[in-house]
Design a protein around this ligand. Structure first.
Ligand code: ZN
Length: 879
């Protein structure tokens, strides 16, 4: 086995490819045990790189059978072959190269390249999986025209798919058949896809604005066709939306999606042939929750939007990954906001950013949206590239305005369609549309870290002048000790003590709107508002106008005014969260000093106020009523106090449950109406509210409430309600818990996606013996190391969503995780690397935990033959 040399790859070393591959003709003789690939490349020297004469092709885990240049076989003297490169020195100006390789898809447990998922052969080539299929310049700036012939046993693999259009097919002797696909669009190798198997197909169609009739086909395991209706509807909604919002239509006659069970990521946007993790396709009310439906809509749209932002305009190199991912996440968020509830969507997006991306910025893997270096690119499919990247795009839209932003997008597509480009090209298109100089704005792409924004205010009542003083500080991150000031758009409104919005007159502006954007460009900057006739309360960073941490010394009274009156739904929610965060942290302090715990009356009253305002979006209301999670609270602490957070959070919830029991019960009864399941905003809102009421009731469960919860579990006609009840029961040590978990297993043991939920619920339980349960779960006959969904549902959920048990002070949780990472690294390095994340956060914990976590990082680090994936994360974290 090759010792993986941890080479770092730098953006500054980027060079254009020495050779271009105009055409690639693939002939794939498929077999699960031994697949042979004959690849014929039409190659020419890149005129821009005349001095580079060696053709370098990447390959991984391949056996080279034969190689011919212009029809003449090459001997080993003509090329250099190493474990991951095939180099032909002094290649001609223009030539044809034929390479035959072979490999075993069955032995490929990395789920990169061509592999077996159940009985289906499928591919995952992003970022560097194509090199596991054939030797090729496997980099996104080599764009080629693909023709793919697939030969396979007709009975085992009746359906044979690849990118583009089916142009020919036929039968061979010995029970085999063949098909030929041609993709009319140039594409990089990471967008190549191939699928073969016995698949059913759910079909629909869509007519584009330009009149093209597109056949929509979703391929699934036979029997699952009925569960594709929502995916197809979401696809059509996304296609229409992209035409209306961005003027982008679809460009092939067929759009295919294949759902497979074993998949490392959520889904992959291969041109014309998306491959999906089945969990983001299959749905019906009995097996999918409201959240599953939302995810399906989002992921379907995301992959569809990539056709323009990713496929037609692609990335020059992997450092530009956010060019396609940040932009596409932004488009996905906007789409979901238009489909469902904009206010709810925004809160969910920001919570994800804060809970996952902000901690990444504080840790050893902190990197800019456009990184400068990496060891393993698979480790850079991160929340920073995706979610922060999307926030950076959103700031552009906020500052330029939606129309100018759209013009910038049009310019971007017009300039770069069919090319592999950079983030710089994108920013220049926005500059061209707006006429603005975005030099300073570019720092969002090059500087890592979450800026902290400290705001103070001064009200000069004599002169009716109000001044906001803003100061930005960005903490050091690895390789970046000091930062230049960011351009931060801070959207602001002012409210008087009665909650009335005040007209804003910023100095130099005659605008009398009640909302303005303060564009902060300096480290410290003041903004003045004139003719402010009464004491104002600022509503800052409205709609979360920038990905920063805002610090403003709000009084509780200020926050209550904003909670009641802010016209920005995000900041109303934020005011409630801030009140609750502060209260819980204060109670943690009081508890430490030995004081008796007591929930202040003003707080219960304010909370009850929200409970009674029912004439609003109920899903939004459910968010208002949800206390900050353990993770939210941990985020607010410099050193995370695991047990106190758990204890006080539980105390506050129990108090609210007890003191407001009648109100919770009234809400529960009002919305527990046994109407047949529907997935729409109103029905989702009602279920959200009912189930949050249930979760409060179950925070102080009497026999009667446990029975009510069990009844909901048993009687529900849908997974949302059934699962919500099961989650509540799983946190209580009671006979109903055992009964419900057993019933759930009996009912769903043959539905893999539902069974994942059964595993996850147990791994997430706060009960004290959970680690023992988790250890049993990974020996359960239905546990499967090859299936990433199953692995994540047990090991990932335990390590990432069960702080009280994972961080047990005996260190057993950490040791367990390290054991599993070491085991999994031999099978699937990409998934193993993702599981390292909780251990990398050791700096935020108390010294005892730091030592225990580092011990496990060192143990992983000293394991022989570690993958590049795990090596990079662990080596950067253990220092
Ligand atoms: Zn994507």
């Amino acid at each position: 086995m090759e010792a993986k040399s941890p080479n770092t790859i730098y953006l500054k070393d980027y060079k254009e490819p020495a050779f271009l591959v105009n055409t690639i003709d693939l002939n794939v003789a498929l077999d699960a045990d031994l697949t042979k690939v004959k690849s014929t490349l039409g190659i020419m020297r890149n005129p821009k790189m005349p001095e580079q004469k060696s053709l370098v092709l990447q390959g991984d885990a391949l056996t080279l059978n034969e190689i011919q240049l212009n029809g003449t076989p090459l001997t080993p003297a003509d090329y250099t072959l190493s474990n991951n490169e095939l180099i032909i020195k002094d290649a001609p100006e223009e030539f044809s190269l034929m390479i035959e390789t072979q490999f075993s898809p069955r032995e490929n447990t990395t789920l990169n390249g061509l592999y077996l998922s159940g009985d289906i052969l499928c591919t995952q080539c992003e970022a560097e999986g194509f090199r596991r299929i054939t030797y090729f310049p496997d980099r996104p700036d080599v764009m080629s025209l693909y023709t793919t012939t697939i030969i396979a046993d007709k009975q085992k693999y009746p359906v044979l798919l690849s990118n583009g259009n089916l142009i020919d097919s036929g039968l061979l002797g010995d029970g085999k058949h063949w098909v030929k696909w041609q993709d009319p669009y140039r594409k990089p190798s990471y967008l190549f896809a191939l699928v073969a198997g016995n698949l059913g197909c759910a079909e629909d169609s869509f007519v584009t604005r330009s009149g093209r009739s597109v056949a929509l086909k979703v391929y699934v395991e036979p029997g699952n066709e009925v569960n594709c209706t929502y995916a197809l509807q979401s696809l059509k909604n996304a296609m229409r939306w992209d035409e209306l919002r961005f003027g982008r239509g679809y460009d092939l006659d067929t759009y295919m999606i294949v759902a497979v069970s074993d998949f490392n990521m959520g889904a992959m946007e291969n041109k014309g042939l998306n491959i999906f993790n089945a969990k983001y396709i299959l749905a019906n009310p009995a097996i999918a929750t409201d959240q599953d439906y939302e995810f399906i809509e989002a992921v379907i749209a995301h992959e569809y939007f990539h056709n323009w932002t990713g496929n037609r305009v692609t990335c020059r190199d992997w450092f530009q990954l956010s060019l396609k991912e940040g932009l596409t996440i932004f488009r996905e968020h906007e789409f979901c906001a238009d489909q469902q509830s904009r206010e709810v969507e925004r809160i969910k997006n920001v919570r994800k950013l804060r809970l996952e991306q902000f901690p990444q910025d504080e840790g050893p893997m902190a990197h800019p949206v456009r990184p400068d270096s990496y060891i393993e690119i698979n480790n850079f499919y991160t929340v920073t590239i995706y979610e922060k990247g999307a926030e950076v795009i959103r700031m552009l839209q906020t500052m330029l305005g939606r129309d100018t932003f759209r013009q910038g997008m049009d310019i971007y597509f017009a300039r770069h369609d069919g090319h592999a480009v950079t983030i710089e090209d994108f920013v220049q298109a926005m500059e061209a549309a707006s006429g603005r100089d975005l030099t300073q704005f570019r720092r969002w792409y090059t500087q890592a870290g979450t800026p902290e924004l400290y705001v103070t205010s001064n009200y000069d009542s004599a002169n009716c002048r109000y001044t906001l003083r803003l100061e930005q500080v960005c903490p050091p991150t690895p390789m970046q000790t000091s930062k230049e000031p960011f351009l931060i758009p801070v959207t602001v409104s002012l409210f008087d003590l009665m909650g009335q919005p005040l007209p804003l007159q910023m100095s130099g502006s005659l605008n009398e709107a009640t909302e303005q954007i303060m564009e902060m460009t300096q480290s410290v900057q003041e903004f003045q508002f004139n003719n402010i006739t009464s004491y104002p309360i600022p509503s800052l960073l409205r709609d979360f106008s920038a990905p920063v941490k805002l610090r403003y010394p709000y009084t509780t009274q200020d926050l209550l005014v904003l909670m009641r009156h802010d016209t920005d739904s995000f900041n109303r929610w934020e005011a409630v969260q801030t009140i609750e965060n502060r209260l819980i942290l204060q109670l943690i302090d009081e508890d430490k000093s030995g004081a008796a715990l007591c929930l202040p009356v003003w707080f219960t009253d304010a909370f009850a106020e929200n409970l009674s305002v029912r004439n609003q979006n109920l899903q939004y209301l459910a968010l208002l009523l949800a206390l900050p999670s353990d993770k939210d609270l941990a985020n607010e602490m410099t050193i995370i106090l695991v047990e106190p957070i758990f204890k006080i959070h539980k105390f506050v919830k129990r108090e609210l449950a007890t003191q407001l029991k009648d109100q919770w019960m009234a809400i529960y009864k009002e919305y527990n109406d046994n109407k047949p399941y529907q997935f729409n905003a109103i029905a989702v809102g009602q279920r959200s509210l009912k189930n949050i009421a249930l979760s409060y009731l179950m925070a102080n469960p009497t026999d009667e409430i446990r029975q009510l919860c069990l009844r909901q579990f048993v009687n529900a006609d849908n997974m949302t309600d059934s699962l919500a009840a099961l989650v509540c029961l799983s946190q209580v040590d009671c006979p109903e818990r055992v009964e419900a978990l057993n019933k759930f297993y009996d009912k769903w043991q043959n539905e893999p996606l539902v069974l994942d939920k059964w595993f996850a619920i147990q791994a997430q339980s706060h009960l004290p013996n959970t680690l023992e349960v988790v250890k049993q779960l990974i020996t359960h006959p239905k546990f499967n190391w090859i299936n990433p969904n199953r692995v994540r549902s047990v090991i990932g959920v335990f390590a990432m969503l069960n702080d009280i048990n994972f961080h047990a002070l005996n260190g057993d949780g950490y040791a367990f995780l390290a054991d599993q990472i070491i085991h999994l690294d031999n099978l699937n390095p990409q998934v193993a690397a993702r599981l390292c994340e909780p251990l990398t956060r050791w700096r935020r914990h108390i010294p005892e935990r730091q030592a225990l976590m580092k011990k496990q990082l060192f143990r992983i680090m000293s394991t022989p033959n570690l993958s590049r994936d795990v090596y990079e994360i662990v080596s950067k974290s253990s220092g």
